[in-house]
Design a protein around this ligand. Structure first.
Ligand code: GDP
Ligand code: MG
Length: 162
């Protein structure tokens, strides 16, 4: 069995875009309509000659009641089956209640967590990314899943924790 990396976070933070970036191909469905990823989808990835499984998550109606709880519940399922977790936060939005709920799940799991500050498309975004230290999960790694900024460094870190 390959090591499993679960990608969790609220809708629209760029999880599927990041999964595609990790895969080096477009397989995970990205849409401007949030919550388009159905439940959990697994893909095989490779970096520097090491193979691992990436699990994209999603599939909530972002307008549904109790969204934060549902996101946390799905994160719980994905995390239970994972060896490490990529927790994706939208650095341009900052920390939301739903993000805080996911943090509780991640703490309980005891899995290694890599905190991704996504949508840092340029240097100006680095400051916003630094505010994610407040989640208490350690260093936030700024990336632009869309443009690839920081993606190589992130993959090196993923291999370190897997
Ligand atoms: P998911 O719901 O978390 O899977 O998010 P998606 O990957 O579907 O992306 C949601 C929206 O955010 C899409 O319009 C993406 O193009 C956009 N997006 C994702 N990553 C980035 C990024 O690094 N920078 C910017 N500016 N937009 C991004
Ligand atoms: Mg998605």
């Amino acid at each position: 069995r390959l090591p499993v990396l679960a990608v969790v976070g609220r809708p629209n933070v760029g999880k599927s875009t990041l999964v595609n970036r990790i895969l080096g191909r477009r397989e995970a469905v990205v849409q401007d309509v949030p919550g388009v990823t159905r439940d959990r989808v697994s893909y095989e990835a490779e970096w520097n000659g090491r193979e691992f499984t990436v699990v994209d998550t999603g599939g909530w109606d972002p307008d549904a009641k109790g969204l934060a709880e549902r996101i946390a519940a799905q994160a719980e399922v994905a995390v239970a089956a994972a060896d490490a977790v990529l927790f994706v936060v939208d650095a341009t939005v900052g920390i939301t209640d739903a993000d805080e709920e996911v943090v509780k799940v991640l703490r309980r799991s005891g899995n290694p967590v890599v905190l991704v500050a996504n949508k840092v498309d340029d240097e100006r975004g680095e400051l916003e990314a630094a505010s994610l230290w407040n989640l208490g999960l350690g260093e936030p790694f700024p990336v632009s899943a869309l443009h690839g900024r920081g993606a190589g460094d992130l993959l090196d870190i993923i291999l370190d924790v897997l």
